[in-house]
Design a protein around this ligand. Structure first.
Ligand SMILES: C[S@@+](CC[C@H](N)C(=O)[O-])C[C@H]1O[C@@H](n2cnc3c(N)ncnc32)[C@H](O)[C@@H]1O
Length: 245
């Protein structure tokens, strides 16, 4: 599900919001809007995010409640037509985006919803190639539909199941994209991963480490042979078999 917004050039409204920091000129800038910014702290302390934060990745976490035009920090409301749960209000999301970007812009703004385009490695590569994008997460019963239709440019799902909030989906996108940025991982680690071009988009071959034999379960002899030509052929064959099965 994709909708295109009619927003034009973005500009910063609140001078106090972004702190001046020195990023790589090509740093990817990701903003996450959430009701639980503190939930992201463990992710930012771990590789691969920790390795690229402040250099290849400029990550900012925004709380909808800090921008709500409603009293008492209200962000949600009951659904029109009745039904269970609360809906994240369109005016609240709009106020948050407006405060951060001004009169909206050409920026890619992704609503995280189980009804969106399903995340896969192709979409991850696409996002890693962007200069900047924004993730909108909801809780409760989700977004007022006008957020997805008019404020977001895309809708993305991390899979055909329902979680209680968009924080884990946002973290999934963040981690998957961050590990594609320069310096996030050793180049060799990423080269032969599942879905990588080196494996023609297929699954990775089986991997083993010591001990060579455990409870009678042997590591394939070819991997102990030291014959790198044979090992390479065996791995490619295994990758092909796994991908087709
Ligand atoms: C309980 S869900 C809302 C589900 C919605 N009522 C529906 O039935 O489609 C609350 C929020 O969690 C996030 N979420 C839950 N599952 C998700 C998924 N599979 N992919 C992306 N976001 C998800 C979204 O931000 C969603 O709006």
């Amino acid at each position: 599900m994709t909708s295109t917004s009619t927003r034009d050039a973005s500009s910063w409204r609140r001078g106090s919001l972004p702190k001046a920091r020195f990023f790589h000129p090509a740093a990817l800038q990701i903003d996450v809007f959430t009701l639980l910014p503190h939930a992201f702290s463990w992710l930012t302390e771990q590789r691969p995010l920790a390795a690229v934060l402040g250099s290849e990745l400029d990550l900012r976490l925004w709380n909808y409640r800090d921008f709500t035009p409603l009293t008492g920090g209200q962000v949600d409301d009951e659904p029109y037509g009745g039904g269970a749960g609360m809906i994240l209000r369109v005016d609240v999301v709009d106020a948050a985006l407006e405060a951060v970007y001004g009169d909206f812009g050409s920026r890619r703004i992704i609503a995280l919803t189980p009804q969106g385009r399903q995340l896969d490695q192709e979409l991850v590569e696409e996002l890693a190639g962007e200069e900047a994008f924004t993730l909108l997460s909801a809780r409760f019963e989700g977004f007022d539909e006008r957020v997805v239709e008019h404020l977001a440019t895309d809708a993305v799902s991390i899979g055909p199941y329902v979680l209680s909030g968009g924080e884990l989906p946002a973290m999934v996108v963040l981690e998957a994209v961050a590990r594609r940025l320069p310096g996030a991982m050793r180049a060799e680690s990423a080269m032969y991963e599942s879905f990588s071009p080196s494996l023609e988009g297929g699954l990775e071959f089986p991997q083993y480490t010591r001990p060579a034999e455990f409870r009678g379960w042997q590591v394939p002899e070819v991997l102990l042979s030291g014959d790198h030509g044979r090992i390479d052929s065996w791995r490619r064959e295994q990758s092909r078999e796994r991908t087709l099965s």
